[in-house]
Design a protein around this ligand. Structure first.
Ligand code: ATP
Ligand code: MG
Ligand code: MG
Ligand code: MG
Length: 575
């Protein structure tokens, strides 16, 4: 590729809404452009990264015996009604109507369609097992799209679905995917951890998330550096955490403080069991991703952490026939004035956190309709303030693991998720096959997702510095950039740069020649921002001495190498 024929448009400034490095840097490097909230155009260089990720994923899926197909983005509501998810899936499911008034959805995932395919295509045990996958656009109307590609509304996912005769064989399919995922993330060059994950409404113990380790991650991982143990904190059952939870869930003293009794009131009103609490983390009324259920998370904050920033959002409940409670109504329901749940000061205060900063909590803590009062509010549990996380870290670090060693907490970005489904969908959609005895039996399923576009952002969260992105080689938009100094002025430089560029191309290296005739400072800044792993600088003075300069993006180290061995030296570095 020649830079003069390519589209490179780097920016000095990141958009003000870009909170995390990947969002800032992908925008500044010209890899993505925002079209609407959570919806982006993948610009040429960004698309190149995605394609490289896709290719690795595709190769490993194929190697693991999965078979690629492509299911549609727009799916008929009927299938979603059959599975029950038309009702159950919350507002993340984008429902649309065609010109005839028929209902459709934009797929957030494809269990229904694949199960429909399989019930029509698979008849006999002889056709099993099967694992179908596709790499396709997903749409989830995330209530809070943010962080660029990390949490988009439209994003690219690889999703695979396995079908087996029985549980044992479904387990092998699951294990094969676990291994494939491990190879994928190794090849991507990312530091990651496979962690035990919550299986939500399906139950059982077979679910793992693949988490890229990064401080900006929205998930908390409890792990033991000395053993294999690693679990999403939602699931972690380390003794210290259990005790921590138990302490936090002791009956709240009605008389202790007015706030404490308020906790009870709130919990009672919500019917929220207080037993899922971790002392200073979230207490979930349910999984926010589990659709259609009450969407309240309470944050019980112990001790002296003040959570002064109270955030609220537009509430799903309020859109459906609720209005905001008046001050008098709140008073009579709670025996206290609105705004009462404000900044945390007491032993067991409650905060309800949603997503827009406002001054007065009463704006959202109560909704009222004809049936009475309802509390509404949302907290994904992902915005735990650092003091609360630090608190958790302490709890866990006093916590010897029964298996030996100590536990620790780190933040991660969920980039993959594998899930044993059993017969949840196959039963609902009546997907059966004829077994060896000639009788119909229900298929056992698993589903396996990888966030292709999220991986590009996660890679940056893990690998960047103050100059820009530091791509792992496997997914860098270009592996090598050749930077000629004085392109238009020196024929010697032009010839040397062209020659090296051609040679590298012939070796199959993904190389770009920066023939834009830009000043060295501009050129270097661009490529450091874009994050190309290797830079070869070709200048006249160097060439006169018989050398060119090689720089590794990751270390910043520069070495002078003989110009006539530049090709072999570059190839050596790329190994
Ligand atoms: P999260 O907990 O981050 O909302 P999820 O558990 O809802 O993710 P899954 O249903 O497990 O996501 O989907 C499989 C994969 O798709 C995730 O592991 C993640 O990598 C990716 N993914 C999910 N939601 C998004 C999104 N909004 N933007 C980008 N990638 C996403
Ligand atoms: Mg989600
Ligand atoms: Mg998740
Ligand atoms: Mg998940």
């Amino acid at each position: 590729m020649r830079a003069s024929n390519y589209h490179i448009n780097t920016l000095k400034e990141a958009p003000s809404e870009a909170e995390v490095a990947s969002h800032q840097l992908m925008t500044r490097a010209g890899m993505i452009r925002k079209v609407a909230g959570g919806i982006y155009t993948y610009m040429p260089m960004g698309l190149k990264v995605l394609r490289k990720i896709e290719n690795i994923v595709r190769q490993e899926m194929d190697a693991a015996g999965a078979i690629e197909l492509l299911m549609p983005v727009v799916q008929p509501a009927e299938l979603w009604m059959e599975s029950g998810r038309w009702e159950q899936y919350g507002p993340e499911l984008l429902r649309i109507k065609d010109r005839h008034g028929r209902d459709f959805v934009l797929q957030p995932t494809s269990e229904e369609v694949i199960t429909d395919i399989v019930r029509n295509e698979i008849h006999s045990w002889r056709q099993l097992p099967r694992n179908f996958y596709h790499i396709q656009t997903k749409f989830r109307d995330e209530r809070r799209p943010r962080f660029g590609l990390m949490r988009g509304r439209e994003f690219t996912m690889k999703d695979a679905y396995s079908f087996d005769r029985d549980e044992a064989s479904a387990q092998s399919s699951y294990d094969a995917m676990y291994d494939a995922y491990t190879r994928i993330f190794q090849r991507l060059g990312l530091e990651f951890r496979a962690v035990a994950a919550d299986t939500g409404s399906i139950g059982g113990s077979r679910s793992h998330e693949f988490q890229v380790i990064a401080d900006t991650g929205e998930d908390l991982i409890v792990y033991n550096p000395d053993t294999q143990y690693a679990a999403n904190i939602e699931l972690a059952d380390a003794p210290g955490l259990i005790q921590h939870r138990a302490e936090a869930t002791q009956p709240l003293q009605k008389t202790a403080t007015p706030n404490a009794s308020k906790c009870e009131l709130v919990a009672e009103l919500l019917g929220v069991p207080l037993d899922r609490t971790v002392k200073s983390i979230v207490l979930a009324a349910d999984d926010p991703d589990a659709p259609g259920q009450s969407r309240i998370w309470l944050l019980l904050v112990r001790g002296d952490h003040e959570l002064n920033e109270v955030k609220v959002g537009k509430l799903p409940g309020l859109e459906q026939g609720y209005r905001l409670a008046t001050e008098d109504e709140i008073k009579s329901a709670f025996g206290c004035p609105p705004g009462y749940l404000g900044p945390v000061q007491t032993a067991r205060p409650v905060q309800i956190v949603a997503d827009r900063t406002v001054a007065n909590m009463s704006d959202f803590i109560c909704g009222a309709n004809d049936e009475g009062f309802h509390l509404t509010g949302v907290n994904w549990g992902r915005d735990l303030p650092e003091p609360a996380v630090a608190d958790l870290r302490n709890v866990v670090a006093g916590d010897p693991d029964p298996q030996g060693g100590r536990l620790a907490i780190q933040r991660g970005i969920e980039v993959g998720h594998i899930f044993f489904l059993g017969d949840k969908y196959s039963k609902a959609l009546n997907a059966t096959y004829l077994d060896t005895d000639g009788k119909p039996a229900v298929l056992q399923m698993g589903c396996y997702g990888i966030g292709i576009s999220r991986i590009s952002a996660a890679a940056i969260e893990q690998n960047h510095d103050d100059k820009g992105i530091v791509w792992p080689r496997a997914i860098a938009p270009f592996e090598v950039v050749v930077c000629p100094m004085g392109w238009s002025k020196s024929e010697t430089v032009r010839n040397a740069a062209e020659t090296l560029y051609e040679q590298l191309r012939q070796e199959g290296v993904d190389v770009i020649l920066d023939d834009r005739d830009a000043r060295p400072g501009v050129m270097f800044a661009d490529w450091e921002l874009i994050g190309v792993p290797l830079r070869v600088t070709v200048g006249e003075r160097g060439l006169n001495e018989g050398i060119v300069e090689l720089q590794q993006r990751s270390t910043g180290q520069t070495e002078k190498i003989p110009a006539d061995s530049a090709l072999s030296q570059v190839l050596e570095r790329l190994k």
